[in-house]
Design a protein around this ligand. Structure first.
Ligand code: PLP
Length: 382
């Protein structure tokens, strides 16, 4: 059993709330994505603690099967290098201040989103006597980072003149590839293709081109190029309800806890802070040691459901920082009984991150990335 750092307990068996990550499912999801996009390669996006699945463990276990790893920020890249990960790593986000030498020192690929930053990278690389591996970032309609497609020529031109930079890649990012309406995504794709003609016109070899996130992998095979960048799909979750499900994946994460207290609650005795819920008959209520301090959002109060003994029951009263109450009606439950917060019970009942996202008024991405590091991750098979 291995546990993602940092955790409070070094022994997962002592914790009554944990997340199980099924590594075999991650491998199968990667294989399913590869089959869909071949001959394009795959950059697995492992930012934000690998979407809550554990950055180091996911990168160490699956990284060797990927062509590239994508992180958001420098620190995530350094953390992976220090953990011994040898797979190429691209930091997808912006760069500030004096970060460039640290990228070079840890053999991380840099995103160059502007001419100014590109020149800084070139100078920093010259000062250290090495070459920087860079991917040029083109903004085709996300308006986040990257040179605008209509000014991209200046960045591509400038890159040709940088002697300490290897332009290994060029990429863009979709704003709407998971929608049913793909017109904006198609417009972005056309803009990116237009930028790429720069190389053709000068008879220059193309850098590695990449644009597709999970939504585009599912819906826009024209955008596969040389590499795709799946995040949420790799973890077995679809990016939206409307995106076509052209690749079959299965959720790799289950979130579980145990019953730690049982009582009978009488009518007229409201449950939890704010007294937002009470029963009109005596009911059995159990307490489960998970709360918003673990990432079980308070917004889900009086809406969430959990599975105990193979059946779904409603969570009642406000969700606390470390505990929640569940109304099991007239059923029985015992101290230590397993509680499924996300995942599938042996009975076939299941609760998905989409369910939690619905109760919390958010997207599955936010549910997964908010499962706190206080929750130990257990990797299966052991
Ligand atoms: C997060 C991210 C991805 C992955 O997005 P998913 O929707 O999870 O597939 C890909 N590319 C970039 C630049 C990102 O920031």
């Amino acid at each position: 059993m291995s546990i993602q750092q940092p955790v409070i307990s070094s022994n997962g068996d002592l914790r009554s709330t944990w997340a199980e990550v099924d590594v075999t499912r991650l491998e199968r999801n990667l294989a399913a994505i590869r089959a869909r996009v071949a001959p394009a390669g795959v950059m697995l996006v492992v930012k934000a603690n690998a979407y809550g699945h554990g950055l180091k463990e996911v990168a160490c276990r699956i990284g060797p099967q990927a062509d590239y790893l994508g992180v958001a920020v420098l620190e995530e890249g350094i953390y992976l290098r220090e953990a011994g990960v040898r797979t190429p790593i691209l930091a997808l986000g912006g760069i500030w201040g004096d970060q460039i030498p640290a990228y070079l020192e840890h053999d991380l690929t840099l995103t160059a989103p502007s001419v100014e930053r590109l020149e800084q990278i070139d100078q920093a690389a010259a000062a250290t006597g090495r070459k920087a591996r860079v991917h040029l970032k083109i903004d085709t309609g996300m308006e986040r980072i990257g040179v605008h497609y209509y000014n991209a020529g200046s960045l591509l031109e400038a890159a040709l003149g940088c002697s300490h930079i290897i332009v290994e890649g060029i990429f863009s990012h979709f704003a709407n590839a998971d929608s049913a309406d793909l017109s904006h995504a198609r417009l972005q794709l056309e803009r990116f293709e237009e930028v790429l003609r720069f190389y053709e016109k000068r008879s220059l070899p193309l850098p590695m081109r990449h644009m597709a996130n999970s939504g585009a992998i599912l819906q826009l095979p024209e955008a596969n190029f040389d590499l795709v960048r799946p995040g949420i799909l790799f973890y077995g979750v679809y990016p939206s309800a409307e995106a076509a499900r052209t690749v079959r994946v299965e959720p790799a994460l289950a979130w579980k806890s145990r019953v730690v207290y049982f009582k009978v609650v009488q009518p007229g005795h409201p449950v939890s802070y704010g007294s937002t819920w009470q029963s009109d008959a005596p009911v059995r209520v159990v307490t489960v040691p998970v709360g918003y301090g673990d990432g079980y959002f308070r917004r889900m109060s009086n809406q969430a459901q959990v599975i105990i003994g193979g059946c779904k029951y409603p969570q009642v009263g406000r969700i606390c920082m470390d505990q929640v109450m569940v109304n099991i009606g007239s059923a029985s439950a015992f101290n230590g009984d397993e509680v499924v917060l996300v995942g599938e019970a042996a009975s076939g009942e299941r609760i998905t991150v989409e369910d939690l996202a619905g109760w919390a008024g958010t997207v599955p991405y936010e549910i997964l990335t908010n499962i706190n590091t206080r929750v130990p991750r257990i990797y299966l098979p052991e």
